[in-house]
Ligand binder design. Sequence first.
Ligand code: ZN
Ligand code: ZN
Length: 392
Amino acid sequence: MATGDERPDEETGSGGPTGQAVCIVDGAFKGLPGTLAGFDGDEILVDLDIFGRTTRVRMYQHQVSLSTTTRQRTIDPADYLPPARVQVFGMRATRPLPVDPVRFLPELASMARTTIRLHPHRGEPEAGDSSVGGPLLWPVTEEWPTCSVPYVDPGDFEVDLEHRRPVPLVPVLQLYQRDVAALPFPDGKDVLQVLWCPFDHRDDRGGTWPRPELYWRNEAATRAEGIGLTPNPPQDIPSGKVPQPCFVDPEQVTEYPYEDEDELRCLGDDRRLRLEDIKEQTGWSYQSHLSVAPGVKVGGWPGWTQWPDWPTCRCGRRMDHLLTVSSDEYDVESGLRWAPVVMVRADIDPRTDSISRGFSPTDLRIGDMGGMYLFICPKCPDAPWASRFDCC
Ligand SMILES: [Zn+2]
Ligand SMILES: [Zn+2]
């Protein structure tokens, strides 16, 4: 049910307490608060505010709870909107920092970093767009990369981890410099592409993950060669390993490190305890709400799901965080702060409000709900990179 009329028209058959707050308990707009607009036969008419536009939806009685007291909030009506056909920037702003953690721990001031949240959302990107899981700007003269792994004996218990034939890599992320100017592109390059083999491979640390590859390109030079087609992924790829095509909507936000990063651990437990005071005094959690942005992002602090695990470059320095690709954009806890304001109301209070579910527009499942973290050393001439994965 829940067919939306874009312009509320005359109330139809009203006779009930219109204007009363209601909460939709079932259907496509589940959890959203609305205003009772009237009745039409068996149906209840409800006005919803979606992206600042009043939209009238028709619901059956079992889908609507009449209530003036509900504090339950849900997120992301965009999840149910038709996929975007064109890229729109600037819609998904993160709410301002609700509490400044520097006030509780002044040492944090020097640890602030800027990250670019990419806010992936379902759509139909083309090769000329920045995207997650979209077609890539690939030169027609360059063969599409495949992953070949050695044959694994069927008697080996690891046989399911690796494929036995060459598999075309699948697009994970493509970013144009014009959309993410803060990303450190090497000289002469203005497109970054990340692909991976979607089958699990055992890495040298004992984990089993997709195997990523990273490409830097020059858009003009690539277009001059002619653009080839991005192949469809094979049918038998494990679920959750091919991101659904999404546009991005880049936004710069300030982050502070997770409590487990060395920068904070070296301060000692007594200072870190001050971060716990924030939750007691304000209801906002440093770890979930005030430190690191979840979701797909460029730069800033890695959005580790588990313990920090920074790679070291061959030159001896700790590599820089290039980008994070995570399974979800936020969960029910982190979404209170990090869900874009357009998807939840702006004055949310963590002591009384909640959201009903997380948001995973890409449908990725990296080690359940973990992430991939790419690192780079811009000091070395060939910009070496490394990857890390984790799971929750
Ligand atoms: Zn492979
Ligand atoms: Zn280096």
